[in-house]
Design a protein around this ligand. Structure first.
Ligand code: HEM
Length: 421
């Protein structure tokens, strides 16, 4: 039966629960009506995964937080639940997917601690704070270019600033040459777009080139060490026992992709939310000391990351009247948890002064986002520099013409046409 096939080949099962299509155009354009329905439907719903079937998903704040914190009962590594493949990967997938998948986000316990501890320091608050002048300089360089090239026409702020700026920051942090940036945009452009089997095939050439490129960079850092995290990681690899070459590859790939893709969409989604809420925008632009709470609220209200990665249940249990078997794959719907009225007062309202604001947009538990301090700082700098330099910037198209990408779990615009002045 189909259920057996799903279980065998994809690790999913069909549970008798209300189904939500979170990659649909309607959901991506405005997730809030569906989030209200999810809360009415209960603590557990099914989300449709294009190509594969359905995945059980938790919707309430407390349940999602507990789920992410309990890495013993809900493990990232399929091994803990008696499965052979890493999460999201199956035996039939091309080898290059596996080469990049053995990263800290796919491991639990001692392996996770070892991998994360190798890079933890670089992302601590004090180290990230010390990057502020350099990051501001990078933002201003891009804005200088935009100002020069814009003429009278609109600019696509998504591609020309929101994407390039965080990519430049993570490349500098890793120690990758600036001139190689355009290649990453080409190679990684198709990642995460699962609309048909063809989309898998489209990702492969970029991944193969990225693997060859990174292996070459490792060789070069071994021969002549240079500033940046890659050289530090290469040294850890050479000291032996701390990091193997496949782990090094998976780590740098994770930092490179997670380190810019999500922040790109926080800046662009956040900017659009501010343009949609003129009164809130004014509060922020009148007083930039509001930036820390404002960024947290933008993360809660319009987070690019809408769901956690898959976890495997490691033991039998019951949730919301459903029997969960060991090995069952599940996710936490961060976007639904962030609008739970048991946790947030007036959750459907954007309030840049909201405090406390313990949103789950960076996850929770041992896998809580490594780069959260960096992402917040980059977003604060991006918005502050944009609105300070171009105080009257406005949307260069009708609001109804704004299109969102049909992706699962990552809310991202197709483009963001802006007139700077
Ligand atoms: C993990 C969100 C920016 C690196 C995560 C997780 C979330 C998340 C939700 C946990 C996933 C799960 O548990 O299933 C975001 C958002 C960002 C952002 C919303 C920006 C707005 C960054 C940046 C980096 C980064 C700038 C920089 C390198 C990572 C890494 C992990 C992670 C390495 C895995 C941590 C672990 O497994 O211990 N992120 N992230 N992220 N993020 Fe981010």
């Amino acid at each position: 039966p189909p259920t057996d096939l799903f279980e065998r080949f994809c690790g999913l099962t069909d549970m008798d629960l209300p189904v939500f299509d979170i990659s649909s155009d309607e959901f991506q354009a405005d997730p809030l009506p569906a989030v209200r329905q999810m809360h009415q439907a209960g603590e557990l719903v099914n989300v449709k995964v294009p190509l594969f079937g359905c995945l059980p998903a938790l919707t309430r704040y407390r349940a999602v937080d507990d789920f992410l914190r309990d890495s013993k009962r809900f493990a990232r590594s399929g091994k803990a639940a008696g499965k052979r493949s890493p999460p999201g990967l199956n035996w039939w997938m091309p080898k290059v997917f596996r080469a990049f998948a053995k990263n800290m986000l796919a491991t639990d316990g001692a392996d996770h601690r070892r991998l994360r501890s190798l890079v933890d320091q670089a992302f601590l608050k004090r180290n990230v704070d010390s990057m502020r002048p350099g990051i501001t300089r990078i933002a201003d360089t891009f804005l200088d270019d935009l100002e020069r090239q814009q003429g009278d026409g609109p600019v696509d702020l998504l591609d020309d600033f929101c994407r390039q700026f965080p990519l430049a920051v993570i490349c500098e942090l890793l120690g990758l040459p600036d001139e190689d940036r355009p290649r990453f945009t080409r190679w990684f452009g198709s990642l995460g777009r699962f609309r048909g089997w063809w989309s898998f095939a489209q990702m492969i050439p970029g991944l193969i080139r990225a693997r060859a490129y990174l292996l070459e960079q490792f060789r070069s850092c071994r021969n002549s060490p240079r500033p940046g995290l890659i050289t530090q990681l290469v040294l850890a690899e050479q000291q032996g026992g701390r990091l193997s070459e496949p782990e090094l590859l998976a780590m740098v790939f994770l930092l490179l992709v997670a380190g810019h893709e999500t922040t790109t969409h926080l800046i662009s989604n956040g900017l659009l939310a501010l343009l949609d809420h003129e009164d809130q925008k004014r509060q922020l632009t009148d007083d930039w000391s509001l930036a820390p709470t404002a960024i947290d609220e933008l993360l809660r209200y319009t987070s690019p990351v809408q769901m956690s990665k898959v976890r495997y249940a490691t033991e039998a249990m019951e949730i919301s009247g459903q029997v969960i078997h060991p090995g069952q794959m599940m996710i936490g719907l961060l976007v639904a948890a962030n609008f739970d009225s048991d946790q947030f007062s007036d959750p459907f309202h954007l309030d840049l002064q909201r405090s406390p604001n313990r949103h789950l947009s960076f996850g929770s538990g041992i896998h809580v986002c490594l780069g959260m301090k960096l992402a917040k700082l980059e977003t604060a700098i991006a918005l502050e520099r944009l609105f300070t330099r171009f105080p009257s910037l406005y949307l260069a198209c009708d609001r109804k013409e704004i299109r969102w990408r049909s992706r699962i779990g990552l809310r991202s615009l197709e483009s963001l046409p802006i007139r700077l002045q």
